[in-house]
Design a binder for this molecule. Structure first.
Ligand SMILES: Cc1cc2nc3c(=O)[nH]c(=O)nc-3n(C[C@H](O)[C@H](O)[C@H](O)COP(=O)(O)OP(=O)(O)OC[C@H]3O[C@@H](n4cnc5c(N)ncnc54)[C@H](O)[C@@H]3O)c2cc1C
Length: 285
């Protein structure tokens, strides 16, 4: 079992990895893209030590290169689920599993919702972002799941075990995994209902449903937090003064824990959480 897996190779994840590596701790960093600064070509000017402004993408790519050059193991993959196991965590990616004594969530704040009529109204009233957390409330009911890839597949496997019928809505995206049930490919138009959601409307027709689960793209820290029962307050993962969540061995840093959403704050968090993880590993050996 590894000592630390860091989910996210943005400023928080990479800074933590650098400090951990320099403390002689084996660390694996998994990230799926360039995070908050993906596709951001405007210049960063407010970060220390830039002799001239660099684009957001360049800064993030430089951080990743710095980690690789230091010999830090770094993978490009989507983490799709986190589970507690004896002595640590199992981290499931699109392609494989890893096990670690501690996990650092540094996945930034992006959360994949849907800009569709009725989404805000029925979120929590028939629309859920976490099948593993809320699926039980829909046992033996007719539900939908929105998504088209591995994360959707992971959530679907769970729903298939407990729900009477599950319809997959790809919302106009091509399906990238094989599923053996009804798949609706037309784009979603609205979530409909009264007190609670009752229907999903697509460009073609209305589908009566008791609930809808979103599993679009890859999960964010908030979805991981929900999977593990981590306390979240106003959209941020709650941590103690050591950056540890209410789940022992599970740490979080960067934008996801709130405060100033800035690179320098994410780097500061990364440095501090590395110290806390080293202490945790020492006292739990
Ligand atoms: C348009 C824009 C402009 C900005 N400009 C500035 C600026 O000028 N100055 C400044 O200080 N700050 C700026 N910020 C804020 C800054 O980008 C963030 O505060 C900082 O990037 C946060 O770092 P982080 O490591 O917490 O998260 P992020 O940088 O968001 O990194 C998150 C990481 O998590 C990974 N990840 C997420 N989910 C998964 C998953 N399921 N599996 C695997 N990996 C996953 C991503 O691939 C990424 O590597 C800007 C932000 C935006 C959006």
């Amino acid at each position: 079992m590894r000592s630390v897996v860091i989910v996210g190779h943005g400023p928080a994840g990479i800074s933590a990895a650098i400090y951990l590596k320099r403390s002689n701790i084996d660390v694996l960093v998994i990230g799926k893209d360039l995070g908050a600064l993906s596709g951001y070509h405007d210049l960063i000017e407010n970060y220390y030590g830039l002799s001239e402004p660099v684009s957001g993408e360049t800064l993030i790519k430089n951080g990743i290169k710095q980690a690789i050059d230091m010999g830090i193991e770094l993978l490009f993959d989507d983490v799709i689920a986190l589970m507690e196991i004896d002595g640590g965590f199992r981290i499931k990616t699109k392609t494989t599993f890893y096990e670690a004594k501690t996990v650092l969530l540094a996945t930034g704040k992006v959360r994949t919702g849907l800009n569709i009529t009725g989404f805000a109204k029925y979120r929590g009233k028939g629309i859920s972002m976490c099948a593993t957390c809320d699926g039980y409330f829909y046992r033996n009911k007719r539900v939908g799941i929105v998504g088209s890839g591995h994360y959707m597949m992971h959530e679907l496997e769970y729903l298939n075990r407990i729900s009477e019928e599950v319809i997959v809505f790809t919302n106009g995206k091509p399906l990238t995994v094989e599923v053996h049930q009804q798949v609706i490919e037309e784009p979603l138009v609205a979530f409909l209902g009264e007190q609670k959601l009752t229907h999903v409307q697509t460009a073609v027709k209305n589908y009566p449903l008791d609930g809808v689960f979103l599993a679009i793209g890859a999960p964010s820290s908030l979805e991981f937090a929900s999977q593990l029962g981590v306390i979240v307050d106003k959209g941020s993962v709650v941590v103690d003064q050591n950056y540890q969540t209410n789940v022992s061995g599970l740490f979080a840093a960067g934008d996801i824990i709130g405060g100033k959403l800035q690179i320098s704050k994410a780097v500061f968090d990364g440095m501090n959480v590395a110290d806390s993880i080293v202490s945790y590993l020492k006292s739990n050996n």
